[in-house]
Design a protein around this ligand. Structure first.
Ligand SMILES: [Zn+2]
Length: 253
């Protein structure tokens, strides 16, 4: 199972020559309610990537980028938020370094909803200014339809993942139950944006503490390890399929 951090440079060189797909998990350190660890987003994408590489030796798991961009959660104890410019520069330098060693198939596997627009912009800048092609993925995007069915009861109006709600709690219960119930599971199903903004497809950033004293958006009581296992399995399978198709594609040439 190829994991960048554990390989010597000749092995990494060999992976580049074989045309491995580099999957770089990107997350954030931010509050996840009273009950989940602050590294939840980084942890989930790391685990999905590692399991995919276990099944497909042509996937090389890049070093997980733990630091992220989370202005909405920055006031909760434990959250660490880079500025947008620092984060963009960080990801750009990481991807440039990977590309310098000869890898042409590179993907960012994001675990944090608040980073979706920035990671796309960073991918555009990498293409525009560095001539490097990188695919941006979100783990919840790999399983979007099934997640909506599996967690339909939660009735979230914004993003389907919520925040420390049923989805992320289920993933934690499946992957590391010992760290998944550190405090009371607070239920707070609310919209992340005022309706007059969302109904016209607009966007406004709201400090999380104004929406939710616990930091949670969603209903973690609807979580289960079984649902987490189902979603995790599906995400790993989709990532393996993606990597296979990416290798065969001309993207990056
Ligand atoms: Zn999260």
């Amino acid at each position: 199972m190829p994991i960048w951090n554990y390989l010597s440079w000749p092995h990494i060189k060999e992976c580049a020559e074989r045309g491995c797909v580099v999957i770089i998990p990107i997350g954030v350190i931010e509050q996840h309610g009273h009950h989940l660890p602050v590294d939840t987003d980084a942890f989930i994408v790391h685990e999905i990537a590692i399991e995919a590489a276990r099944r497909d030796p042509e996937i090389l798991v890049g070093p997980t980028v733990h630091f992220g961009y989370t202005p909405s959660n920055k006031n909760f104890p434990g959250s660490i938020s880079l500025s947008a410019s620092t984060w963009t520069a960080l990801i750009r330098d990481v991807v440039r370094s990977v590309a310098r060693h000869g890898f042409t198939r590179i993907a960012l596997l994001n675990g944090h909803g608040g980073q979706v627009p920035l990671s796309r912009t960073t991918a555009a800048v990498l293409q525009d200014e560095d001539n490097i092609s990188v695919v941006t993925l979100n783990w919840f995007g790999l399983v979007d339809k099934e997640m909506a069915l599996l967690f339909a009861e939660e009735k979230l109006t914004g993003g389907r993942v919520g925040h420390a709600g049923a989805v992320e709690t289920s993933m934690n219960l499946h992957l590391r139950p010992e760290l998944s119930d550190q405090g009371v599971r607070v239920t707070n199903v609310c919209a992340a944006m005022p309706e007059f903004v969302s109904k016209v497809g607009g966007y406004v950033q709201t400090p999380r503490e104004k929406l939710s004293a616990s930091g949670v958006i969603g209903d973690p009581e609807l979580a289960s390890a079984e649902k987490g296992a189902e979603l995790f399995e599906l995400a790993v399978d989709r990532l393996c399929t993606f990597a296979r198709e990416y290798r065969k594609s001309r993207v990056g040439e």
